[in-house]
Design a protein around this ligand. Structure first.
Ligand code: GLP
Length: 239
């Protein structure tokens, strides 16, 4: 795993944007895997700003998002579709953007369809990831066994609690989600893991301990041949 430690979350977003810039300049029709959460917001701002400066564009690129709550209406303010529209898709033009559909009656069919769509476009070139405090990637929660393909997951109490900050009073927070499985994530040719903030320092240390903790899904990335971890100083505090 390649590690880049930056002085601030802003500089970490710049370093992550550099990875995207390099990717899109090398292959204009790249297939990009995208993530949600508070961590990538600054990166998405930076990508939008570089596009508006004309440094590059994403008009031939396609995107696939890691996950979506289930059940969840796409136009609900808390959906990951709404998140992506707000932070990126409204500012940057992509050839196609696919987010798992949290409204379907058959979630398993939706998951299978999603994986075959990724395969049909030749697989993901660059997958962006964040990390949960419990080590989850996408919504692949800590477990003794891991589902490889995109699947319907029961969220852990930790995750529901951590993400409750995004839900206002009276808004229902789902306790399930559709997420790329670790096998789908692993098929990405290149992975960019962005980690910022002191609250992630403990889980970050586990990633760099030189141990594959089986209850930390992000540790599975230790086995992938091309992973870049971009961190700010606060997240790298114990390294
Ligand atoms: C959610 C998403 C993850 C993300 C995580 C961390 O659970 N499913 O993809 O990495 O949140 O979010 P944050 O960046 O807000 O800490």
């Amino acid at each position: 795993m390649k590690k880049i430690v930056c002085d601030s979350p802003f500089l970490a977003a710049q370093a992550a944007a550099d990875v995207f810039e390099e990717q899109i300049k090398a292959k204009s029709n790249s297939v990009l895997g995208l993530a949600t959460g508070s961590t990538p917001i600054e990166l998405y701002n930076e990508l939008a700003s570089r596009c508006s400066q004309g440094r590059f564009d994403f008009s031939q690129a396609q995107t696939f998002n890691l996950d979506e709550y289930y059940p969840m209406k796409a136009d609900n303010a808390q959906s990951y579709r709404s998140f992506m529209n707000k932070h990126l898709f409204s500012k940057v033009n992509f050839a196609n953007s696919r987010v798992l559909n949290g409204e379907v009656s058959d979630p398993h069919a939706e998951c299978a369809k999603f994986d075959s769509e990724i395969e049909a476009v030749g697989g993901i070139d660059l997958q962006l990831l964040g990390i949960g405090h419990n080590g989850h990637i996408g919504f692949c929660e800590p477990s003794t066994s891991y589902t490889l393909d995109t699947y319907l997951v029961d969220l852990t109490d930790d995750t529901i609690e951590a993400n409750s900050r995004f839900f206002g009073e009276g808004e229902t927070q789902p306790n399930q989600a559709l997420t790329m499985g670790v096998g789908t994530i692993f098929k990405a040719r290149k992975i960019l893991l962005l980690i910022t903030g002191e609250s992630k320092a403990d889980i970050t240390k586990k990633l760099f301990d030189g141990v594959l903790y089986t209850d930390v899904p992000a540790c599975l990335l230790l086995l992938h041949p091309d992973v870049t971890v971009v961190l700010d100083k606060a997240a790298a505090k114990h390294l």
